[in-house]
Write a protein that binds this ligand. Structure first.
Ligand SMILES: NC(=O)C1=CN([C@@H]2O[C@H](COP(=O)(O)OP(=O)(O)OC[C@H]3O[C@@H](n4cnc5c(N)ncnc54)[C@H](OP(=O)(O)O)[C@@H]3O)[C@@H](O)[C@H]2O)C=CC1
Ligand SMILES: CC(C)(CO)C(=O)C(=O)O
Length: 298
């Protein structure tokens, strides 16, 4: 994998995040192989200024994949990892590197068992993107990823070189990943209320968010994340500074009646807290509500 020209790239999960990464590669003159669940001729994303079309087709049958690629961006929801595992089997060989574009702190545990090379790079995805009713993707921020500072991550950064996706190699990836998880955990409140960022301006929601983030922070620190006392307020301030109509991918799923990534984004706090003897009373109330909003009878 010495030169850019030789690097073959596939995107599994051409949704909001997968389409954005396909789009930035397309802008730089590199068209990835698109692998999804729904057959489509092309993908489109726009950011207000630019509209980018990525030629397809979106392939839907892993058995039609003839050979392994160099790099896979794996961007299905965490709830869809098992169902998409056949793509990983078809696309990966001994040298393939899989970069997991999912929220959470457990990508290595959940995705590695499906990757024969064992070469898996977790990512923190910082940008908001949302699929619109016409199937196009709306990008609402600068395209930015953080990866652990390792040789495998440098191959991913190289594949995205000269695109508008900023790739940061983080010395303390664990802390960054937990910082992002805390943001996602708080965003889970939007899925419960069916409201967008504007709701954080309510005094009662602000108080609940801060109390919940304190609980999450205690667990994150016990897990080895180095996060300061200012983090809960900084996360709340970020929601307050966002456009009032800014949503989150778990709210998009809630509105579409799809399964929610509640365990990956919120359940993990209670699970890890329990394992470390840290009480999580707020999670203990929120989790059954998120779980019931996602799965099961009624
Ligand atoms: N959206 C955002 O702003 C952000 C999302 N994230 C995280 O990124 C990850 C991806 O989220 P997002 O892009 O929003 O999710 P989307 O639901 O928009 O995209 C998921 C894509 O995966 C496809 N898919 C589902 N099952 C399979 C399968 N078995 N095989 C192949 N493709 C499949 C879906 O197909 P179909 O179209 O048929 O449903 C869809 O195209 C999540 O972990 C999320 O939390 C992180 C930061 C920001
Ligand atoms: C964009 C962001 C940060 C909002 O919570 C996110 O991670 C998501 O939508 O899943």
């Amino acid at each position: 994998m010495d030169t850019e020209a030789m690097t073959s790239v596939a995107i599994v999960g051409p949704g909001a995040i997968g389409t954005t990464i396909a789009g930035v590669m397309q802008e730089a003159g590199r068209t990835p192989v698109l692998c999804g669940r729904t057959s489509r001729d092309s993908l489109t994303f726009h950011d207000g200024d630019r509209l980018v079309t990525v030629p397809g087709p979106v392939r839907t049958d892993p058995e039609q994949i003839g050979r392994a690629v160099d790099i896979v961006f794996f961007a299905v929801k965490a709830t869809q990892t098992e169902a998409a595992a056949d793509w990983l089997a078809a696309l990966t060989g001994p040298e393939t590197v899989v970069c997991v574009l999912q929220n959470g702190v457990e990508q290595l545990e959940t995705v590695s068992p499906h990757v024969r090379s064992g070469k898996v790079v977790p990512a923190v995805v910082w940008f908001p993107a949302q699929t619109q009713t016409d199937g196009s993707v709306r990008l609402r921020g600068d395209v930015r990823l953080s990866l652990p500072d390792t040789p495998l991550s440098r191959l991913i950064a190289e594949a995205l070189r000269d695109t508008r996706c900023l790739v940061e190699l983080a010395a303390d990836f664990r802390s960054l990943a937990w910082r992002k998880l805390l943001q996602n955990a708080a965003a889970g409140l939007m899925a419960l209320t069916h409201r967008r960022s504007g709701m954080f301006a309510r005094a009662d929601i602000s108080r609940l968010t801060l109390a919940y983030l304190q609980e999450c922070l205690a667990v994150a620190r016990a897990e080895g994340a180095e996060l300061g006392d200012e983090v809960p307020q900084a996360i709340l301030d970020r929601f307050l500074a966002s456009p009032a109509d800014m949503g989150t991918s778990i709210l998009t799923d809630r509105e579409a009646g799809r399964p929610l990534e509640w365990d990956t984004r919120n359940g993990v706090i209670a699970r890890r807290g329990r394992a470390r003897g840290i009480p999580t009373p707020i999670s203990d109330v929120l989790l059954p509500l998120l779980a019931a909003a996602s799965d099961g009878p009624g």
